[in-house]
Design a protein. Structure first.
Length: 133
C-alpha cells in the first residue's frame, strides 16, 4: 500500500489524455516509424530522378622517333530509358510508400493500444492490491 501511495503521489498526470500524448510522443516503435517516414517518402523522389550525363576526356602523350604525339578523346555518355521504365519505377515507389506508411500506421496503432491495455491492467492490479492485504 505504501509503494502504491508513493507512486500515486509522484504521478504528475492531470488526466489520461496527457498520458496518452506522452505515449504517442515517446513510444520506441512510434519514434522509429516517425524517423523512417521521411526516408520512405523520399523513395518516390529517388525513383523519379533521371541519370546525369557523364563527360569523360582523356589526353595521352606518346614519345616516338618523330617526336611527341598527342591524342585527345572525349566521350559523352547518357542513359536513355525506353519502354516506360521510369514510369514503372515511380509507380513501384509509390506502391512501396503507400504499403510502408500503412504498415507503420498499423504498428503505431498497435503500440498505442498495447500501452493503453497495459496501463489499464496496472490500474486494475493497483485497485486489487488492498483487497488482498
Amino acid at each position: 500500500s505504501s509503494a502504491y501511495t508513493n507512486a500515486a503521489n509522484k504521478c504528475s498526470f492531470k488526466n489520461s489524455n496527457e498520458l496518452f500524448e506522452l505515449i504517442k510522443k515517446n513510444h520506441p516503435t512510434i519514434s522509429k516509424n516517425n524517423s523512417n517516414k521521411k526516408t520512405i517518402e523520399l523513395s518516390t523522389e529517388v525513383a523519379s530522378q533521371r541519370p546525369n550525363p557523364e563527360l569523360d576526356s582523356e589526353i595521352t602523350t606518346v614519345d616516338t622517333a618523330e617526336g611527341k604525339i598527342f591524342t585527345t578523346s572525349v566521350s559523352l555518355k547518357h542513359v536513355f530509358e525506353l519502354g516506360g521504365k521510369r514510369d514503372s519505377r515511380i509507380a513501384l515507389a509509390n506502391s512501396f510508400v503507400k504499403t510502408n506508411l500503412q504498415s507503420a500506421r498499423y504498428e503505431n496503432e498497435s503500440a498505442i493500444i498495447d500501452s493503453v491495455l497495459k496501463i489499464q491492467r496496472l490500474s486494475q492490479i493497483y485497485k486489487l492490491i488492498p483487497i488482498y492485504k
